[in-house]
Design a protein around this ligand. Structure first.
Ligand SMILES: Cc1cc2nc3c(=O)[nH]c(=O)nc-3n(C[C@H](O)[C@H](O)[C@H](O)COP(=O)(O)OP(=O)(O)OC[C@H]3O[C@@H](n4cnc5c(N)ncnc54)[C@H](O)[C@@H]3O)c2cc1C
Length: 379
């Protein structure tokens, strides 16, 4: 398998790296502290074409492959995982799902705004009693003929307060279980749609996570994605691709922490020499470098599988499981290499350590990835 990047992919990598350095780095600590959403930065990401990277240019997208998307995700995540989660949800969970399964009218109306950053999207599956067990949907979408009436609560929704376009998963026919679930597009401001308070989080604090409350929200039938009962399949197929994006986010967090630790180890002196000359530190760096490269190959493989039309459920789950583990372990070691400086905000690694944890939780916890992987290898 050839993992080398072509000229276009190298240019995207460079553009993402430049963007992260020039637009994201300066205020990343302040945004994290204040839990401030990167509003201006997201607008600029849209102008760069990074919010609808894989979408056909006729809908305002960049028409790129998944590999280009993961390369960009890695570079942005090295500096600011709060910005990269907005990018990931918009690209993988909202734009991809709409382009693949939406009607022409939905694409014209919503996708063209989501790809440019005029609108931000949110993907609303989780509920207080339906996280890993996503089939236990309590939110209902009652069929009223030409429209649905939606009632219920979603929680943990990324871009919950800042989005304009929400894809909401809801149960229409309880007797049909997961085959009775629909995916509906709901716009911000729809009567009866309330946004709950913002969560105060451990990591990715610049991102905007809310619960959403639906009280008799009227949703026209033309806002349903796909056939009646397609909602659960839509959510699972969309999340399978989303995992590749989160795996790339985890890879970027790990690589960012490693780069900082490598630099610091060559500057900081202890016992009359740079700490990189102590084998205990050099071996940590060797492990980090090796594990990050292994994670990168898994992430690239899953992206290439998707681009080649191969099944990517298994490779995406393996990439997310492994890259998120590497992100957690690498960031903890990066803090260790920084000693006391690792424990304060100015050196960035403590933030990367806090940000790493979420990659083992959202879009399917590590335990759920192991269920996906074991089912695939045992069938
Ligand atoms: C910051 C943040 C952003 C998020 N963004 C979104 C979003 O945009 N949209 C959205 O829909 N959701 C979002 N989520 C929700 C996220 O996907 C869920 O938190 C996640 O799927 C886990 O669900 P849960 O929290 O209910 O945990 P639970 O499902 O209650 O799991 C608790 C623990 O039990 C384990 N567990 C559960 N079932 C099994 C099993 N069968 N076998 C083994 N172990 C099991 C889990 O792995 C976990 O360790 C977000 C969450 C956070 C924290």
């Amino acid at each position: 398998m050839d993992f080398s990047l072509n000229e276009e992919q190298k240019l995207i990598q460079e553009a993402a790296r430049d963007f992260a350095q020039t637009e994201l780095l300066a205020e990343v600590i302040e945004r994290d502290d204040a839990q401030r959403f990167p509003t201006e930065e997201i607008k600029k990401l849209g102008e760069l074409g990074f919010l609808g990277m894989m979408v056909d240019p006729k809908y305002g997208g960049s028409g790129l492959d998944t590999l280009s998307y993961v390369i960009a995700m890695e570079e942005i995540s090295k500096i600011d995982a709060s910005t990269s989660v907005v990018m990931s949800v918009n690209n993988s969970l909202v734009c991809w799902g709409l382009e693949k399964f939406g009607s022409e009218a939905q694409k014209e109306k919503y996708l063209t705004k989501l790809t440019t950053g005029e609108h931000i999207g949110a993907f609303c599956l989780s509920e207080p009693e339906a996280g890993s067990d996503a089939t236990s949907q309590k939110t209902t979408a009652i069929d009223m003929g030409d429209h649905y009436i939606v009632n219920g609560t979603k929680n943990w929704i990324t871009n919950g307060g800042t989005a304009s376009t929400y894809i909401v998963i809801a149960q229409t026919d309880k007797d049909k279980k997961h085959r009775g679930i629909n995916a509906l597009i709901i716009e911000k401001g729809a009567p009866g749609f309330e946004i709950g308070p913002k969560e105060n989080k451990l990591g990715i604090r610049g991102s905007d996570t809310h619960s959403l409350i639906f009280n008799d929200v009227k949703v026209p039938k033309e806002n349903r994605i796909g056939e009646d009962g397609f909602g659960f399949k839509f959510a699972m197929k969309t999340l399978a691709g989303g995992r590749i994006g989160i795996a790339a986010q985890a890879l970027g967090i790990a690589a960012g922490a490693y780069e900082l630790a490598l630099k610091y180890s060559k500057e900081r002196k202890a016992f009359g020499t740079e700490i990189s000359n102590h084998q205990a530190i050099a071996f940590k760096l060797a492990d980090m470098h090796t594990e990050i490269q292994a994670a990168r190959l898994l992430v690239y493989q899953s992206a290439i599988d998707k681009d080649n039309g191969n099944d990517y459920d298994l490779s995406g789950a393996m990439a997310k499981l492994y890259a998120s583990k590497v992100a957690m372990e690498t960031t903890v070691e990066a803090v260790q290499i920084h000693g006391g400086n690792g424990f304060v905000k100015d050196y960035h690694v403590e933030r990367l350590m806090r940000d790493a944890k979420i990659t083992q939780i959202y879009e399917g916890t590590s335990e759920i990835q192991k269920i996906v992987i074991s089912r695939s290898i045992l069938k």
